[in-house]
Ligand binder design. Structure first.
Ligand code: HEC
Length: 474
């Protein structure tokens, strides 16, 4: 019986194969497809500790978009016609529209986008089980800094879990491919220089309820596989989350020879008259530098517009006016340090440019203990600006040039990853996971050519975990 079935299955397979080959006369497509399929399966999509339960429909399972292109289209980028210093809101809107085009139709399954493909950064699926922040299986979101009570709204009495997913356009995707698809399989941070007009967009969702954050009403809802609350040791469950913030980063060629990137952010405003969710995204501000010389109000808590800043544009209309009844309208209760640009879920002692400028990974590949160690991004021991140690200001707010290059921090050398913290975090996770295996001693090939005997592998299984790459220490 078994044999008969097998034979008929084989016969059927032959019939199908013939039918397919008749339909597809040209053979050359096959190797390219096979290569694409092989590379498509290379990096896992979600945290293996929290897999989808059996029977989950494939449409509910996140798939990493990892067919990283070697080349990219020559496009006209609408924001290039806009002066971001003079017209920050128009610039941000042009970038937002680009992030949404074709992605809204496919609910951000970005590889299915019919206008242009987008790509996810690999190795965010598994942080080594230290922080429970690996990509969840529904939408590929990673855990972000939690929102403390009252950070988002005066009615927010509880903590909010925040999770987010980011994606890069084809130019960004080409850089991801260079870093990750190497001959020896190890990521090469020195390849992480992003081409002009690389774009990254990030959707940030919260589980804070509408009753506590009224401007989340009528928003975009996703079900995500996250923790029941901010105790991250519990098993993950499916929960509804609401879109709160949307971040963008653009490698703008007008900033070549300085930071290279414009960072901007939006907050969802459920009470605004915009027709769609996307029309109701309200621009908080953008920034292309950290104004190292400006220390005015650096230790001032709360929300305000710092008019001394020259490398940021902030929308004053979102700044909370105490005592106003905002109803369902959005407002912000903090920015970054000294009024620098940061989003509602971000830490008030940092800024977009400050954290991302410190995207970098330990440079000495021959030091197995520190391999994958990220550069420190911010002073997370301070919870609010009034606690900020000003002797650290120069270190964390000095300008960092774009492009992969070596920077020194605390006497160690780091290879920067061109403002991409997803590249830094992926490299960190990759080496953290390797620690469960004995580490070959680097430069083994050199030893062999010199006739030296192989060195004993280094055991890092009990080494303290590499620091986390995250928006905060929690
Ligand atoms: C305290 C540090 C910190 C601050 C402040 C911060 N980020 Fe990030 N950001 C991160 C980390 C860590 C990641 C990577 C982790 C992930 O995406 O899962 C990241 C990822 C991103 C990405 C995805 C691409 C990339 O570069 O890795 C974008 C886009 C982004 N952030 C934009 C912003 C914007 C815009 C702001 C300011 C409104 C901002 N970030 C503020 C830490 C920070």
């Amino acid at each position: 019986m078994k044999t008969a079935l097998a034979v008929s299955a084989l016969a059927l397979a032959c019939v199908l194969a013939t039918a397919v080959s008749q339909e597809r006369p040209a053979a050359p497509a096959a190797p390219a497809d096979a290569a694409a399929a092989a590379s498509a399966a290379r990096f896992p999509s979600y945290d293996p500790r929290y897999p989808p339960p059996p029977g989950t429909p494939p449409a509910d399972i996140f798939q990493l978009s990892q067919n990283y292109p070697k080349t990219y289209a020559n496009e006209t980028f609408p924001w290039m016609a806009i002066d971001f210093k003079a017209f920050p809101n128009e610039y941000l809107r042009a970038v937002l529209n680009y992030c949404l085009e074709g992605n809204v139709d496919v609910d951000f399954r970005v590889q299915d986008n019919r206008v242009r493909k987008w790509y996810h950064a690999p190795w965010l699926h598994d942080d080594g089980n230290q922080f429970g922040g690996g990509r969840e299986y529904r939408h590929g979101m990673t855990r972000e800094r939690m929102s403390r009570p009252f950070e988002l709204h005066t009615r927010q009495t509880g903590r909010g879990q925040n999770w987010a997913v980011g994606f890069y356009n084809d130019r960004g995707g080409s850089a991801l491919g260079k870093v990750w698809l190497t001959a020896d399989g190890r990521p090469d941070p020195a390849k992480s220089t992003f081409p002009p007009n690389s774009v990254a967009c990030k959707l940030l969702f919260t589980d804070a309820p509408v009753e506590q954050v009224p401007y989340l009403q009528n928003g975009k809802v996703w079900t995500a596989n996250i923790y029941p609350d901010t105790n991250y040791n519990k098993p993950r469950v499916n929960r509804e989350m609401r879109l709160l913030q949307l971040d963008v980063a653009v490698k703008d060629p007008r900033l070549a020879r300085s930071t290279g990137w414009v960072f901007g952010t939006f907050v969802y405003d459920g009470g605004s008259p915009g027709k769609t969710v996307w029309d109701r995204m309200s621009p908080v501000g953008l920034s292309w530098g950290d104004d190292l010389a400006v220390r005015t109000d650096a230790q001032r808590d709360g929300v305000f517009v710092n008019t001394a800043l020259t490398e940021a544009r902030i929308n004053g209309f979102l700044v909370e006016q105490t005592g106003w009844d905002y109803g369902n309208r959005a407002y912000v209760r903090h920015h970054g340090l000294g009024g620098r640009v940061n989003g509602p879920i971000d830490s008030p002692v940092s800024s977009c440019v400050s954290c991302h400028g410190r995207a970098g990974t330990f440079a000495n590949a021959n030091d197995p203990v520190n391999r994958g160690r990220p550069m420190a991004m911010a002073v997370f021991t301070a919870n609010k600006p009034s606690e900020y140690p000003m002797d650290k200001f120069g270190e964390f707010f000095k300008p960092i040039p774009d492009g992969a290059h070596v920077e020194t921090q605390d006497g160690s050398q780091f290879m920067t990853t061109d403002y991409s913290l997803q590249v830094t975090a992926g490299i960190r996770n990759y080496y953290q996971n390797l620690r469960s295996q004995p580490q070959p001693v680097a430069a083994e090939a050199t030893r062999a050519t010199r006739g030296l005997k192989a060195a004993a592998p280094v055991d890092l299984s009990n080494a303290p975990p590499l620091p986390r790459v995250d928006r905060d220490a929690d």
